[in-house]
Write a protein that binds this ligand. Sequence first.
Ligand code: 2GN
Length: 461
Amino acid sequence: MKLTIQEVAKAVHALEVTTVDKEMTLTGAEFDSRKITEGDLFVPLKGARDGHEFVNAAIANGAVATLWAKDNGAIPKDFSAIIVEDVLVAFQQLAKYFLEKIRPTVVGITGSNGKTTTKDMTAAVLSASFKTYKTQGNHNNEIGLPYTILSMPEDTEKLVLEMGMDHEGDLHLLSTLAQPEIAAITLIGESHLEYFGTREKIAQGKMEIVDGLKEDGILIVPADEPLLVPLTEKLHQEVVRFGLEKSADVYATIKKEAKGHVDFTLSFLEGEFRIPVPGAYNVRNALVAALIAKRLGMSDEKIREALATVELTKNRTQWLKNSKGVEILSDVYNANPTAMGLVLDSFSKMPTKGRRVAVLGDMLELGDKSGSLHRSMALHLFPDEIERVYLYGSEMLKLTEVIKDMYPVGTLRYYNKTEKLDEKNELIKDLKEELKPEDMVLLKASNGMGLSEVVLALMEK
Ligand code: 2GN
């Protein structure tokens, strides 16, 4: 992002700006003060804690301005504060302004889950011909999507946005913000993370992706979702139904499935295609990616080349199932208190026949508020929802102290990690012994805690 303070103030309808130099250029926007670099705008959102509390950390890291909710206490002296009614709304308005300034073609994709995503494959294919930027990690909600937009390079031509859906109204907001030229619903799914109750409700929720779809835009939907297809009938935008059956508007035909690749044809492109990953699921992803690429002007040949070399990265957040039948939600590469609280809340509500088990490791680099931020996770842990808790790391000892009287004897375990002593192997051993088929396990920590080793150990035969 490259915007002047003046531009930001105008875009967010600032009530007031406390600054000396409104021509000063801002080079990025961050809501996590740990990620601020020189020249950035700080965006104090309400997470587990109120971001306004951390403005000094942001300044120390090089922030040159901040958004600031009106009547929010003392504004740091000699610092540019852009005063607004609501910081989240301002952040979204700013993203919208930046999008209109850069004007990439926007592709909005929802419904991705599983190991690889249509979003990644689409971005991989488009990258062969265009300057393409895509949603990183899980930045797909009302905060993550504006963040993605504001993080795109100035020369972005195609922007592939993942649009996440947890509640009714989510996709309405994301779609009207980003106003995609192409929108794709990859599947209805029965994802653990959706609280819609019924598949009908999920289908309705997914259809909100058309709320911001351009008049001359295209909606891509699975042909084999009887709940979805009727909802597309009254749209004035073009609707393309995809699948593996000839009755779909566009379809793939699998020719050969091998261990490491699949060969297939596509009804709308010449010749045969290969993806260097197995599975019919990935052929559906590839079909959507190829369709989008074709509509955006790529040649059949270019699409073929791009698909043949797509590299799929593992999702950072993954559902796994081990040989014992334990379901594992692995989210072990980064952590902040907000995200940990949110994932614990949704995990607590997920239906399961077995027990819910949480394995939580330290969140790193939280400075002198670290103790209280770890302790605050007690607000998200209740023995009748999450029956067993394994805490790992020196900061998590503070959380252990807060919840130990609430958790019955034997249901809360603590493992230390210091320079001298690392009890990770005990943690692994106990988990392997104590987990039962049908249990559901959440693992979450900062990357530096190395919980990925625990995930690997649980996945061993
Ligand atoms: O769930 S999210 O991760 N989300 C991001 C967007 O895509 C989808 C997923 C998420 C994270 C969301 Cl939705 C919202 C927020 Cl606000 C955040 C977030 O980053 N929250 C963070 C905090 C909170 N609450 S990051 C962060 C880092 N901060 C602590 C609080 C916090 C570090 C810090 C620690 C101590 C000081 C300053 C900063 C300090 N200053 N100590 N003394 N002075």
